[in-house]
Write a protein that binds this ligand. Structure first.
Ligand code: F6P
Length: 359
């Protein structure tokens, strides 16, 4: 008898179901006696014992379905060691539910915060495998996270749509792209859609350099400019401050404007006198069905996870490294962030053809 638990935690993405399907099909095909327990709404289900026994039927027909059949929630890592409102020790509660069900392994799908808790549970002695989910692609130790390329498609489509209307007007358009503290999604969708300016957190922007880029386009006869702006973009004068002051300064901006894009819009309006429009695709970027790339990546990650369970190999993340799916020790990657290297080839290639990064 093999008993596994599974949960999805943090923000959802398009390929969670596809990945869980990979795990369960990979196991069901190779063991006769399999029990799968799905914990509902992320770590909440594990803490409070909210779970369902699932059969392989639950995982059939979900390769193309976005969201997560298990539901999800955000349970901040920094609060995991703090008792809940009723004094419950959350870590102990999670361990007890794991042992009560006599699980051989718990498969945890999620991003950075989720991974830290997965590592904590592994250190507490549970058999854990983490599968790297996020549209942000910011998980250290894997070249790619599932969900990323589906979101790139959506953000790219959004900028493509803006392109056609932009070319009819003498305006500056800003499309704000998700990605939390990193610029992967903005970089990739910006390049894929031919954005003229790409602003990412890893390259703090100088607003005057953005104005220069707009003027350069004008002098060449282009009457519009499209900016792909990461939600975490940061002005260079603020990035230069000590961390605490930097946070204060950004908080002040976000008290005045709905997001950084609106501040950039106001600054550009003032400096160029040109009409500006801001578009925020927001959570659309996490919705809809997984793209073919993600379906393949998820299936491979899920299938490899099944093999690791069969081999009783735990305490790891299943990663994509140089085109190969392999296991990476959780303790080596938990708590680290994968940011865009400003000197990476993608950026050099983009700069060579005239895309401005505001630096
Ligand atoms: O981590 C995925 C993500 O979509 C980020 O890109 C974004 O900053 C955040 O989640 C939004 O979180 P929420 O869904 O809690 O608003």
């Amino acid at each position: 008898m093999l008993r596994i638990g599974m949960l999805t935690s943090g923000g959802d993405c398009q390929a969670l179901n596809a990945t869980m399907r990979g795990v369960v099909k990979g196991l069901a095909n190779n063991v006769t006696d399999l029990e799968v327990y799905g914990f509902m709404n992320g770590y909440k289900g594990l803490i409070y014992g909210d779970y369902r026994m699932l059969t392989s039927h639950d995982f059939s027909g979900i390769l193309t379905r976005g969201g997560t059949i298990l539901g999800t929630s955000r349970q901040p890592f920094k609060l995991m060691r703090e008792p809940d409102a009723n004094g419950l020790d959350k870590v102990e509660a999670m361990k007890q539910n794991y042992y009560k069900l006599n699980l051989d392994c718990l498969v945890i799908l999620g991003g950075n915060g989720t991974q830290k808790t997965a590592n904590l549970l592994s250190e507490e002695g549970l058999n854990i495998i983490h599968l790297p989910k996020t549209i942000d692609n910011d998980i250290y130790g894997t070249d790619m996270t599932f969900g990323f390329y589906s979101a790139v498609n959506i953000a790219t489509n959004a900028i493509d749509c803006i392109h056609t209307t932009a070319s009819s007007h003498n305006r500056i358009f800003i499309v704000e792209v998700m990605g939390h503290k990193v610029g992967w999604l903005t970089l990739y969708s910006g390049i894929a859609s031919g954005a003229d300016v790409i602003l990412i957190p890893e390259i703090p922007y100088d607003i005057d350099k953005v104005v220069d880029a707009i003027n350069k386009r004008k002098s060449r006869g282009s009457n519009f400019t499209i900016l792909a702006v990461a939600e975490g973009a940061i002005p260079k004068e603020i990035a230069a401050l000590p961390k605490k002051d930097m946070k204060k300064a950004m908080d002040k901006i976000l008290q005045k404007y709905p997001s950084i894009s609106y501040k950039i819009a106001e600054d550009l309006q003032e400096k160029t006198g040109t009409e500006i429009r801001v578009t925020v695709p927001g959570h659309m970027q996490r919705g809809g069905e997984p793209c073919p790339y993600d379906r393949i990546l998820s299936t491979r990650i899920g299938s490899e996870c099944a093999q690791l369970i069969l081999d009783k190999e735990y305490g790891c993340m299943v990663a994509l490294v140089n085109g190969k799916i392999k296991k990476v020790p959780l303790k080596d990657v938990a708590g680290k962030l994968k940011t865009v290297d400003p000197k990476c080839q993608e950026i050099a290639d983009a700069k060579r053809m005239g895309i401005s990064f505001g630096d």
